[in-house]
Design a protein around this ligand. Structure first.
Ligand code: ADP
Length: 189
């Protein structure tokens, strides 16, 4: 069983690379952004709680996010391996994830951070806005998401770096080439 965290700022290409990784390696995909969007779309009690927070571009509180993640893990006891996309986004989330994995006799084996600069992120999301209709892609909300990333989420990187689990992949350029660079890391170990 291999568990992977795919890490990166909004617009880094986590969704695109996740799709390809799942096809190749058969991971169970856990995207907290997708899960929150599902809840808001279906107007569940959780969806009602997080809708405004998400639409503002802010992070959902750890307590809510971690509980949702745990539920998702428990739904997939037979998983061959998990790909976490958009989680962890804070150090307490990273600590909780390690604990859940350990409790199941497992671990996070790989952390892959997609490295994309802010100017490129903004260009990509502006483009995405013309095809997808994500409420949080609007300019002001996007600014908040980018700020949340650079003030809160970025601290997750040294957390993994200290444990020698961090692999950084340059996230600009050909999608296939980025994918192949990720696969090289996964296949090496
Ligand atoms: P992005 O395109 O910014 O990577 P996601 O689709 O992963 O966005 O997440 C969309 C929104 O869902 C975030 O802006 C945040 O409000 C909420 N969210 C997703 N994952 C988390 C998390 N791990 N912790 C807190 N909030 C989260």
């Amino acid at each position: 069983m291999i568990n992977l965290v795919l890490f990166g700022p909004p617009g880094a290409g986590k969704g695109t690379q996740s799709e390809k990784l799942i096809k190749k390696y058969g991971f169970v995909h856990i995207s907290t952004g997708d899960l929150f969007r599902w809840h808001t779309k279906n107007d569940t009690p959780l969806g009602k709680r997080v809708k405004e927070i998400m639409n503002s571009g802010a992070l959902v509180p750890d307590e809510i996010t971690i509980a949702m993640l745990k539920e998702e893990l428990d739904k997939n006891p037979q998983a061959k391996g998990f790909l976490f996309d958009g989680f962890p986004r804070t150090v307490p989330q990273a600590e909780a994830l390690d604990k859940f994995m350990k409790d199941n006799g497992s671990a996070i084996h790989f952390v892959i951070a997609l490295d994309v600069n802010e100017a490129e992120l903004r260009t990509r999301i502006a483009k995405r806005r013309t095809v997808e209709n994500r409420a949080d892609d609007e300019e002001e909300k996007l600014n908040k998401r980018i700020t949340e990333y650079f003030t809160k989420t970025i601290h997750v990187l040294p957390y993994y770096e200290k444990q020698n689990r961090l692999n950084t992949v340059h996230g600009i350029g050909d999608i296939e080439e980025i994918f192949s660079n990720i696969c090289t890391i996964l296949d090496k170990k």
